[in-house]
Design a protein around this ligand. Structure first.
Ligand code: AMP
Length: 143
């Protein structure tokens, strides 16, 4: 079977965030990647990591885009364990509508986990002050 990706939509929400056309709570960026808070978090501290260059999802991403994003995912995950107080990390990554994808710019979800916790309900807006406070803690953990 072959995969024929839909064309990349430069007006998807995350492209707008990258351009600064929409606000976000940034926690980290480097030359190739950008990380910010999910506004409908499945756990407190839920972070999204995206490449700065366009690709729809993991299926049309280049090896370089995947490598850059995964390096940032690892860096933030370690900071969550070492400086933020997480006991473990859950990663999520969805591809195409049937795979659960809703925003069509490659992203990995980093969910910091604590012993015995459960995921919050999906599609539920968090209090903006709570998201901002978690972002500050993660930035501090990243040093
Ligand atoms: P999915 O494509 O299924 O991996 O989900 C997209 C994710 O983007 C969901 O977890 C949403 O809560 C999140 N999301 C949607 N809009 C925004 C936004 N403006 N800022 C931060 N996160 C968002």
């Amino acid at each position: 079977m072959s995969y024929a990706p839909e064309s990349y939509d430069p007006d998807n929400i995350f492209a707008k965030i990258l351009r600064g056309d929409l606000p976000c709570h940034k926690v980290f960026e480097d030359d190739d990647t950008f990380a910010f808070m999910d506004i409908m978090p499945r756990t407190p501290g839920h972070v999204l990591v995206i490449p700065k260059t366009p690709c729809r999802n993991m299926l049309d991403a280049s090896p370089a885009q995947i490598a850059a994003v995964m390096a940032t995912v690892q860096k933030i995950s370690l900071a969550m364990l070492e400086g933020y107080g997480a006991d473990g990390i859950t990663l999520q990554q969805f591809n195409e509508p049937a795979g659960g994808q809703e925003v069509y710019h490659l992203h990995f979800h980093i969910l910091p986990r604590h012993e015995g916790d459960t995921l919050l309900p999906p599609r539920t807006m968090a209090d903006a002050d709570d998201v901002a406070a978690e972002a500050e803690k993660i930035r501090a953990a990243l040093g």
